[in-house]
Design a protein around this ligand. Structure first.
Ligand code: FCB
Length: 470
């Protein structure tokens, strides 16, 4: 662990842009010219307005409205009401100096029936958002799928039905035809591994399916859909910068036992390898290829392997894995090393896991251009008497992870940018509104936004470590 003390040196109340960064320990070092600073969000987690402008239902509407599925029965019905308050939200992005903003489009807002008829009012919303971002000098980074599948497609098997691949590509084309003249950075999927495992294997995320067979089918069809959509968008316009977003977290054995070592290797192959290898190599990792074999049809692994303009990496934490026969993979999260700090999610904090994942891409996947598309932390934040949120632990987390990103850069990783998760506190899936990841605090009763100390700190960091080319 980092030895420095993680104390925010006094409140950073205002944007004192020229003062040195007020954290203890080494300040964040300058990043290369052109390094992109961004903030990340996703549609279902912030938009609300679930019945506005002809939007169809998504699997998350249905899941969150099913009793017992989310903490306190929370749903995304209102969320941050970003659909109506996007103006204010992108102002926060602009004032912090972010040069990029990553959001996702909601498939059921644009194609309420999943395919076919286009809801122009849904596209109009993203059109306004994109223009608003560009007017503020912020590059829009669009992700086509952050887990909110139209429920109507779920009723036809969703990601278990391989017909989804073409439907996803068709949806991608619809969005690209409307926004491709202004949106240059595209991500196909957000974290197919998490969606497959938590949503289709463990049942704790929408659509709530369980079992190894479902997880494997979902993951293979996500990989396939990603490949088909990359081809479709590349054919649609040649000027798009195309990528996808994976959650890459090292899997470490929870103990020194052989069983836990084997469990960690299997988990790594399923979580990291089963997304990376089909995309970069056109194969599944040898140790799990027999699991996937029944799902693979001729040509699939040619389709999954696509040239990428960039890879998005989401990183939060290393995973400590134990032999767990009763779980679908035979492996699941075990105890973390004694004394290791963790966030309010219970996720162990270790920035070296970020460096490790990035170096793995350098050494084993052809050293692609990479953006960290999500990194951030959940802590129990509260507004103090002066109405500010002094989230020194989040600042320490961010600064340590930026240092870890620097370490990767220094060793030759082609890291081109860093996006914080998240701009706003939001609907954290099955945890509802109980888990705050934002650098801007949201009061979910009044929907009032209040920038946290981490927001001010990031604004200073962006200013101090970039080359003022905005
Ligand atoms: C990632 C998700 C994002 C958010 C963060 C905390 O796995 O992509 O939506 O939930 O975790």
């Amino acid at each position: 662990m980092m030895s420095r003390r993680h104390v925010l040196g006094g409140a950073v109340g205002t944007l004192a842009l020229c003062k040195p960064l007020r954290t203890q320990g080494a300040p964040v070092q300058p990043f290369p010219r052109g390094f992109v600073w961004g903030a990340s969000t996703s549609s279902y987690q912030i938009e609300g307005a679930v019945t506005d402008d002809g939007r169809g239902k998504s699997i998350w509407d249905v899941f969150s409205h099913t009793p017992g599925k989310t903490k306190h029965g929370d749903t995304g019905d209102v969320a941050c009401d970003h659909y109506h308050r996007w103006h204010e939200d992108i102002e926060f992005a602009s004032r912090a100096g972010f040069g990029a903003y990553r959001f996702s489009t909601s498939w059921p807002r644009i194609l309420p029936a999943g395919t076919g008829a286009i809801e122009q009012r849904g596209l109009d919303f993203y059109d306004r958002l994109v223009d608003g971002l560009i007017a503020r000098g912020i590059a829009p980074w669009l992700c086509l799928y952050h887990w909110d599948l139209p429920q109507i497609l779920q009723d036809q098997g969703g990601w278990l039905n391989r017909a989804i691949a073409q439907k996803f590509a068709d949806y991608g084309r619809v969005v690209a035809r409307r926004l491709g003249d202004r949106v240059k950075h595209w991500a196909m999927l957000n974290e197919p591994n998490v969606h497959a495992l938590l949503g289709h294997g463990m049942g704790v995320h929408a659509p709530g399916l369980t079992g190894l067979a479902n997880m494997l089918a979902a993951l293979h069809h996500l990989n396939l859909a990603q490949g088909v959509a990359l081809q479709a968008l590349r054919a649609e316009r040649s000027d798009l910068i195309l990528g996808t977003v994976l959650s890459l977290q090292p899997a470490r054995p929870s103990s020194s036992s052989d069983e836990d070592h084997r469990a960690a290797e299997r988990f790594d192959a399923m979580w990291n390898g089963a997304c990376l290898d089909p995309l970069f190599r056109g194969s599944y990792p040898a140790s799990v290829s027999a699991d996937f074999a029944p799902r693979i049809m001729d040509g699939d692994l040619v389709t999954t392997r696509q040239r990428l303009d960039y890879l998005g990496v989401n990183y939060y934490s290393p995973m400590y894995i134990a032999h767990t026969p009763q779980s679908p993979l035979g492996a699941w999260f075990g105890v973390t090393p004694p004394g290791m700090a963790s966030t309010a999610m219970g996720w162990p904090i270790d920035p070296t896991g970020l460096t490790e994942g990035l170096i793995r891409l350098r050494d084993h996947y052809g050293n692609p251009d990479i953006y960290v598309t999500e990194n951030g932390a959940c802590f129990t934040d509260s507004l103090d008497a002066e109405g500010t949120v002094r989230d020194g632990k989040r600042i320490a987390y961010l600064s340590d992870h930026l240092a870890a990103a620097q370490a990767a850069l220094t060793s030759g990783v082609k890291l081109r940018g860093y996006f914080v998760w998240s701009l706003l506190d939001n609907f954290e899936w099955e945890e509802g509104y109980s888990r705050r990841f934002g650098v801007v605090h949201v009061d979910f009763k009044t929907l009032k936004r209040t920038p946290k100390s981490s927001y001010q700190w990031l604004a200073q960091t962006i200013h101090a470590t970039s080359h003022h080319h905005r």
